[in-house]
Ligand binder design. Structure first.
Ligand code: ATP
Length: 314
C-alpha cells in the first residue's frame, strides 16, 4: 500500500521585523504527498513556497503546526529529506565536485559510495570536472552538482526549489526526464517549486498552489483543467488592427502583426464569452481569417487562481 511520504499540518510561520509589522509568510498551510509522487508547489513571488520548504527540511522552525515523514514517529528531517534550495549555496565552493559528493554522503553517515559517486558524475556529465572546485563550475554545472549532492544522501524525499533556474534548454529537459525517472524507477518522492509552468506540467501530476501563505488549490493538473474549463483560442485577423477595446474586455496575450495579419491568443472561460468576442470583432468590422482552439495550459489556471484569490479550491 502506498503510504504518505510527507504530511504538513497547519503550518504557520511569521518573520519578526524590527520596528515593522511581522511578515506572516505561512498562515495555515496543510498538504500531504504520497510516496513516489512528484508534486509541484506553485505560487507568485512571496507566496511562502521557500518558507514551507525550509520548514520541511528543518532549516527554520514553524511557529505552529507539524510535519510528519513516512508516517513515522521519528521526525528528524535530516533522516528523510534532502533539499536543493533556491540559489547557489547548496554546495561548498572550495571543495571539488567529487569532494562535495563525498562530503554530503559522509554527512549522512554513508560509506562505500564510490560507485554511486561515479555514476552521479557521469549521469550529470560532470566526470571531466570531478576535480574542479565548485566555484569554478558553470551555473548549470553547480545546479547539477547540487542535485547530485542531494541524491548521494540517499533519502527517499527530495525537495527541489526552482531546480531548473538558470539551466540551458537541453540541461533543463534532461533534468526533467531525470526527475521523472527518480520517481518512477527509484520510487523517490519529490516536492518541487518552480515558476516555470512548462517544467511543472512536464513532471508534476499534482500541484499545490499557495498565495499569501495559504493553500489556494491542491489537485491533479488534469482536474484543475476540467474545473476551470478555460479554453485558449488563437485568432488570426486579415489586416492590421488595434485591439485596445477588445483588450479591455478580454484576456488577450501575444498580440502581433506579421505578414499582413494580426494574431493574438485569448483565454475564455465559457462559450458565451467566445460569442461575445466574435460579436465585438464583427461590430468593429474586423475581418476574421481563422480561429484555433488550443489546449489550455497550467499557466492560465494558475493566473486564474491567483487573480481571484478569494475562495480556495482545495
Ligand atoms: P519567491 O517565488 O519570490 O521565491 P516564495 O513563495 O518562495 O517567493 P518566501 O521566500 O517563502 O516566498 O517568502 C514569503 C514571505 O516571507 C515574503 O513576504 C518574504 O518577504 C518573507 N520572508 C521570507 N524570508 C524572510 C526573512 N528571512 N525575514 C523576513 N521576511 C522574510
Amino acid at each position: 500500500m502506498v503510504s504518505t511520504a510527507l504530511e504538513v499540518n497547519s503550518l504557520r510561520k511569521t518573520y519578526p521585523l524590527w520596528r515593522q509589522e511581522d511578515v506572516i509568510a505561512l498562515q495555515d498551510v496543510s498538504f500531504s504527498v504520497k510516496e513516489g509522487e512528484v508534486v509541484g508547489l506553485l505560487g507568485p513571488n512571496g507566496a511562502g513556497k521557500t518558507t514551507a520548504i525550509k520548514c520541511i527540511c528543518g532549516l527554520i522552525t514553524p511557529d505552529t503546526g507539524s510535519i510528519t515523514f513516512f508516517e513515522q514517529n521519528s521526525n528528524n528531517p535530516a533522516e528523510h529529506v534532502s533539499a536543493v534550495l533556491e540559489g547557489n549555496r547548496n554546495i561548498y565552493w572550495r571543495l571539488t565536485a567529487r569532494e562535495n559528493l563525498e562530503f554530503f554522503a559522509g554527512l549522512q553517515g554513508r560509506s562505500g559510495v564510490d560507485p554511486e559517486i561515479r555514476s552521479i558524475l557521469e549521469r550529470f556529465s560532470l566526470n571531466k570536472k570531478e576535480n574542479t572546485p565548485a566555484r569554478k563550475l558553470s551555473r548549470g554545472m553547480q545546479q547539477k552538482l547540487a542535485l547530485g549532492c542531494s541524491l548521494i544522501r540517499g533519502t527517499d524525499l527530495l525537495l527541489l526549489d526552482e531546480p531548473t533556474l538558470g539551466l540551458d534548454v537541453k540541461t533543463s529537459r534532461d533534468l526533467r526526464r531525470y526527475i521523472l525517472k527518480l520517481a518512477s524507477k527509484e520510487g523517490k518522492t519529490i516536492l518541487l517549486s518552480s515558476h516555470d509552468m512548462n517544467v511543472v506540467e512536464d513532471v508534476c501530476e499534482r500541484v499545490i498552489i499557495i498565495n499569501n501563505g495559504e493553500v489556494m488549490a491542491d489537485d491533479k493538473v488534469d482536474n484543475l483543467k476540467d474545473l476551470f474549463n478555460i479554453h485558449i483560442y488563437k485568432f488570426t485577423l486579415k489586416g492590421r488592427y488595434k485591439l485596445d477595446d477588445i483588450e479591455e474586455n478580454f484576456d488577450i496575450s501575444e498580440s502581433k502583426y506579421i505578414n499582413g495579419k494580426t494574431r493574438f491568443k485569448v483565454a475564455l472561460k465559457s462559450s458565451d464569452s467566445f460569442y461575445r468576442l466574435i460579436d465585438e470583432l464583427q461590430k468593429s468590422e474586423i475581418r476574421l481569417e481563422k480561429v484555433q482552439n488550443l489546449d489550455s495550459h497550467l499557466e492560465e489556471i494558475f493566473m486564474n487562481i491567483i487573480e481571484n484569490d478569494g475562495g480556495s479550491v482545495t
